[in-house]
Design a protein around this ligand. Structure first.
Ligand SMILES: C[S@@+](CC[C@H](N)C(=O)[O-])C[C@H]1O[C@@H](n2cnc3c(N)ncnc32)[C@H](O)[C@@H]1O
Length: 201
């Protein structure tokens, strides 16, 4: 099972809350792509951050497209749609958020995320190496702890694809240890020097 858990990267979630949501909440369609989402804690953490910030009309316009290679044996799509997670994956969730969005599952030691959050996230299998985006018109793309395992040229091609399918002024978030390749620096502007959140130029 891929290593992932809810509220894994508070720094980036807070940067999305403070810098991305105020910009993209006015879009007619608030489309977010979580590329390499594993079995769901990351896209659901994003959905909760949006839910906390948006009003009910805006939240209805939010669609999170969660994708992963998802080899047959791991069944990420099934896990994601059920929305039931073991205790060890929910430990980092701030307490008030946890009580608001989770209930005990019939499965011992597991918790179920509420339907309103489940319904704004859809899952599909997708290989980033295809260099074909799942759609275009994204206001935000999150791709964390995926690109670091790839060759430099492959990483650059994938980031170029992200650039193409973001709306002008759209955002791209990645893990803290990732650097924007020098030759792509003209495509994005870093939102804050210490955070790997970039804005399409
Ligand atoms: C360590 S997990 C990261 C999960 C989540 N993004 C996070 O940071 O918590 C890496 C995920 O990337 C996925 N992945 C690896 N190569 C991929 C590719 N070429 N296309 C799509 N997903 C890929 C893996 O299947 C795995 O679920």
């Amino acid at each position: 099972m891929a290593l992932t858990f809810f509220f894994r990267d508070l720094l980036i979630l807070h940067a999305i809350r403070d810098h991305v949501i105020p910009e993209i909440r006015r879009y007619k369609y608030i489309n977010v792509w979580d590329a390499g989402c594993a079995m769901g804690p990351e896209p659901y953490s994003l959905a909760i951050i949006f839910k906390e910030a948006l009003n009910s009309y805006e939240f209805k316009r939010l669609r999170i497209f969660a994708t992963d290679l998802d080899e047959e044996s791991r069944g990420f799509g099934k896990i994601l749609r059920a929305g039931v997670y073991p205790e060890k994956t929910v430990k980092r969730i701030p307490e008030e958020i946890f009580h608001k969005y989770f209930t005990s599952s019939v499965k011992p030691g597991h918790y179920k995320i509420c339907d309103e959050i489940i319904h704004c996230v859809s899952f599909q299998r997708h290989d980033l190496r295809s260099l074909q985006p799942v759609r275009d018109g994204f206001g935000l793309i999150v791709c964390k702890n995926v690109l670091l395992h790839m060759q430099e040229t492959q990483r650059e091609d994938i980031i170029k694809m992200f650039h193409r399918c973001l709306v002008p002024g759209g955002f791209f978030a990645t893990e803290q240890i990732q650097r924007m390749p020098a030759e792509l620096s003209g495509l994005f502007k870093q939102v804050r020097p210490n955070i790997r959140l970039f804005r399409r130029v």
